[in-house]
Design a protein around this ligand. Structure first.
Ligand SMILES: Nc1ncnc2c1ncn2[C@@H]1O[C@H](COP(=O)(O)OP(=O)(O)OP(=O)(O)O)[C@@H](O)[C@H]1O
Ligand SMILES: [Mg+2]
Length: 214
């Protein structure tokens, strides 16, 4: 079953936030989902443990490139979707994930520094694709964007010239999204318009992502 990985060596670009929301979005649709937490900070596994989902969303913490390469195939056989939350900084872990993923999604904040780091992630994706005869599929999306800023317009223009597909949905910076981790929740579990607006954005993003799964 497909392995969908959120990767970018740049810290803080929303890998864990997006991967936990994606896992929960699939779970809400009754899919059997399993999460792999590849980050030593263990944000996504701590987050899933603190959620009151019944039954809980299962996860595995795989912290080394060897564990990722060795165990992902066996875990994939146990679920309908395997969602991987990539680690910050660790190129070798990211490389191992890219050797096992069917789809790599790169969250990227719309700043110069972040766009540069995303191009490092794209480079690792290209290397994996050249070894694996084209796999994994890959796409970038803009995360934590601030509405109406010049930076966002520039980032969209720059990414549209890149050779990697750019998802149409932009995920905006919202306090309600920042609050979800601390509350052991996702935006679907929170009340109010900011939460439902964020839920609509995530819903759009995840439909685009599913549409790219090979
Ligand atoms: N759309 C958003 N609006 C507001 N805050 C957000 C949004 N997305 C993520 N954040 C916040 O940004 C911070 C970084 O997000 P997250 O931990 O998901 O990134 P990451 O890429 O997993 O980081 P790391 O590389 O350290 O693992 C967190 O405090 C999170 O709550
Ligand atoms: Mg993280």
């Amino acid at each position: 079953m497909p392995v969908i990985a959120f990767v970018n060596q740049k810290g803080g670009c929303a890998k864990s936030t997006t991967s936990v929301h994606f896992a929960y979005w699939l779970y809400r649709q009754q899919h059997r989902v399993l999460m792999v937490d590849a980050d030593a900070q263990r944000s996504s596994s701590i987050w899933l443990s603190s959620m009151d989902a019944d039954p809980p969303i299962p996860f595995e913490v795989l912290q080394t490139p060897d564990e990722l390469l060795d165990r992902i195939p066996e875990l994939t056989a146990k679920c309908e979707y395997l969602v991987v939350d990539g680690a910050a900084g660790l190129a070798e872990s990211t490389r191992a994930i890219l050797f096992r993923a069917d789809l790599a999604v790169v969250p990227c904040q719309p700043t110069g520094v972040d766009l540069r780091s995303a191009s490092d992630a794209v480079r690792l994706i290209r290397q994996a694709q050249s070894v694996r005869s084209g796999a994994p599929e890959a796409a970038v999306f803009l995360s934590r964007a601030v509405k109406g800023t010049k930076l966002l317009d520039e980032a969209i223009a720059l990414l549209s010239k890149s050779d990697i597909p750019v998802l149409k949905t932009v995920i905006y910076q919202r306090q309600v999204v920042a609050d979800t981790f601390g509350q052991g929740a996702t935006v679907w579990n929170l009340a109010g318009k900011p939460a439902s607006d964020a839920a609509t954005e995530f819903n759009n993003l995840f439909q685009e992502i599913l549409g790219m799964v090979p």
